[in-house]
Design a protein around this ligand. Structure first.
Ligand code: ZN
Length: 319
């Protein structure tokens, strides 16, 4: 009965919550507004959500779900599921089916790694299915106010009551769940001002949210407390926490290793230093972009949401 009730809630909520999707028409940008949901990353994630989710089992009852916004990490136990990030509501029904295939217990906790839409839009659906939403205090602040992001040309309304985090973390909180210790931690400003990483100790799996994009230039939310130096600090923390045995889950991109995390950190450091050196010479942003400080990295890292010029702009804005 409960299950049927939840199912109907999810089915009813799905199309309503996904209405932003139907207005986006990224395939024909002519005349379409240049914003997050038409030409930006949001449009990309909405398009991706048309296809099937990919479920990748990792270790010790931990899996990753890909294809609903940012990557979703799932620890499944008899007492329920512990999720890292909520995906997007457009995939709600696909998420429900994928989660049920992993195990019958409902979601119990969902940690938002930060406030961005592609990691939190699924909060209401997860909450309706039984989950407590966990977030850093600043993520709560962003989700409960009107947030305009200039870089995305988009204003996000406060999320509805049912989508709001109710268990807030300042610096650290641990959970004893499904036979393992789960460590949820913040290290100050990074990708935003409210990032959390989630470390599943027994399985040695570290879910980093958007403080790690595996093989791609990351977004850095300079307008909301993020910066290149914050991103480097978080990458250094993650490198220090991991070993060759650790499975490292990025916010975007394939499940990775410590070696890939180190490559990411080194890319961030080199680009930062290249841009900073040009800035110290008194060069303008346009001159710095023209000098191509990311040239050595573009072929490998510039093939997802951001190319080298766009990443240079983000790095510059944070210095
Ligand atoms: Zn993000």
């Amino acid at each position: 009965m409960l299950k049927r009730l939840l199912l109907s809630t999810l089915i009813v909520a799905g199309p309503l919550l996904a209405c932003a999707a139907t207005t986006a028409n990224p395939a024909s940008p002519e005349g379409a507004p240049d914003d997050y949901f038409h030409t930006g990353a949001g449009a990309r994630y909405l398009r991706r959500a048309d296809a099937d989710l990919v479920v990748q089992p990792l270790r010790d009852n931990i899996s990753v779900l890909m294809g609903s916004g940012g990557n979703i990490t799932v620890l499944s136990g008899r007492e329920g599921k512990f999720l890292v990030d909520a995906g997007i509501s457009k995939s709600q029904e696909k998420l429900r089916i994928a989660l049920e295939k992993i195990g019958p217990a409902p979601p119990k906790f969902v940690v938002n790694t930060h406030w961005h839409w592609d990691h939190t839009d699924g909060n209401a659906g997860m909450h309706a299915a039984g989950a407590t939403i966990v977030a850093q205090e600043n993520t709560f602040r962003h989700l409960t106010k009107t947030s305009h992001v200039n870089a995305w040309n988009w204003t996000f309304d406060p999320v509805p009551e049912a989508a709001r985090p109710t268990l807030l973390v300042k610096e650290r909180k641990t959970f004893d769940f499904a036979g393992t210790l789960v460590e949820v931690e913040n290290f100050g400003r990074g990708h935003t001002d409210g990032d959390l990483w989630v470390y599943f100790r027994k399985a040695d799996v570290l879910a980093l949210g958007d403080t790690f994009w595996n093989g791609f230039y990351p977004y850095i939310d300079n307008e909301d407390g993020g910066s290149i130096d914050g991103a480097i600090k978080w990458a250094n923390k993650a490198v220090a926490r991991t070993t060759a045995h650790t499975i490292v889950v990025p916010g975007h991109g394939a499940v990775g290793t410590r070696t890939q995390l180190i490559e990411f950190r080194d890319m961030l450091v080199t680009v930062r230093n290249n841009v900073a050196a040009l800035k110290e010479q008194g060069k303008s942003l346009d001159e710095i972009i023209a000098a191509r400080p990311t040239a050595a990295f573009d072929a490998k890292w510039g093939n997802f949401v951001f190319n080298g010029d766009q990443f240079t702009k983000m790095v510059f804005a944070g210095l």
